[in-house]
Design a protein around this ligand. Sequence first.
Ligand code: FES
Length: 155
Amino acid sequence: MKEEISTILKHYPQGKRDALIPVLQGIQEQLGFIPEEAIAPVADYIGIPTSKVYGVATFYDQFRFTRCGRIHVRICQGTACHVMGASSVLKALEKELRIAPGEVSKDGRYSLEIAGCIGACSLAPVIEVNGTFYPLVKKDDIKEILQKEKNKLNV
Ligand code: FES
């Protein structure tokens, strides 16, 4: 893990505070999350205290500190999505993935996360799979959406 982190860091300018967010994004893109052991090397590389790295990483929703599945599904449970039937979509996801929100499947293929409003209320209910947004989702769409995402990754 240490080597992976230093390889990722080499892609960014050393000692530049502006690089902090891109560095964290790069680590998450490569490893799927921000591991605890990345914080100190990032702080050293950028030249800021570890508390600052923690502060920024925990401030933004986009950063995760736990490992995700290769296919990471976020389902919005904000008011608009809830009213438009997000609960039945969530049930379909739980059934299809065989995991509950906050869990990663044993084979590491899938993870499921509940999100607050993700800013697309007029298209509710909305899910996001590995960064792709799916609007106006119905429970019957879940199998097809997951198959599409599996095909993208060949899993
Ligand atoms: S409530 Fe789901 S996108 Fe706003």
